[in-house]
Design a protein around this ligand. Structure first.
Ligand code: MG
Length: 237
């Protein structure tokens, strides 16, 4: 999973670097696929329930599951969440980042910074003996403190030989509840926060999830392992 995680991290670093006004989300997707295949890994998202991309490319008010498209050209001020997964030697890793194209508004930057911070705070709770609700609650508490909307319809997940495994990891919950974390568990923690209110809808393409109020949304994710005394981020270079 470390090896798979490193490939995912490499993809996100490379593709994030390509984000600028004038680039299409399909170009980002093709680069991601090229890197994954060059590392003798397999894209986890491509073909998943019929999804056509190696990445999910979700722009502005799109929350998750945006479909890469040739005609979707980034403009200055757009923010884009890039989510991808790779399988290497039988094991999966999954991660996401949100980055801006050109010059973004202070509000967009704030949303990205705080969503990234909420992931860090959630991961700080990951250790043997902690409860899954401790992780969820750390994300929720920080989001509420900063008046951000929480996406409640989608959650993080266990991960291993399969991309999505038990348990579901919501971005809200009560401390001291849920499964007890044990050394050796692998989790994908992925806060999705909105500049506006909670609440999402799925567009007519059957995939793209957008905020109901049209506000910006950001998404950060890491695959991590529960270690003997804490947490190791696997989707890192
Ligand atoms: Mg995930």
């Amino acid at each position: 999973m470390r090896a798979a995680g490193k490939i995912v991290a490499e993809v996100l670093a490379a593709v994030s670097n390509m984000v600028k006004p004038g680039v299409s989300t399909l170009e980002l997707d093709k680069e991601a696929e090229k890197i994954i295949r060059a590392r003798k890994a397999t894209p986890c998202f491509l073909g998943y329930n019929g999804f056509s991309g190696t990445i999910c490319a979700s722009v502005n008010d799109e929350v998750v599951h945006g479909i890469p498209q040739k005609g979707r050209i980034l403009k200055s001020g757009d923010i884009i969440s890039i989510d991808t997964g790779a399988k290497f030697d039988g094991f999966c890793a999954d991660a996401a980042v949100t980055v801006g194209a050109g010059k973004v508004s202070a509000a967009a930057q704030r949303l990205m910074d705080l969503t990234k911070k909420s992931l860090e705070l959630g991961l700080a709770r990951v250790r043997p003996g902690a409860r899954l609700g401790d992780v969820s609650n750390a994300v929720e508490t920080f989001a509420m403190l900063n008046n951000l909307g929480i996406v409640r319809e989608y959650c993080g997940h266990g991960i291993g030989r399969n991309l999505h495994e038990e348990p579901c990891i919501p971005n809200y919950g009560a401390r001291g509840t849920g499964p007890v974390l044990k050394s050796g568990y692998a989790l994908a923690v992925e806060p999705m926060l909105n500049a506006g209110k909670d609440g999402v809808a799925t567009q007519s393409d059957g995939w793209t999830v957008v905020t109901r109020d049209g506000s910006l949304s950001a998404h950060f994710e890491h695959t991590v392992a529960v270690t003997e005394n804490g947490c190791e981020i696997l989707t890192i270079l």
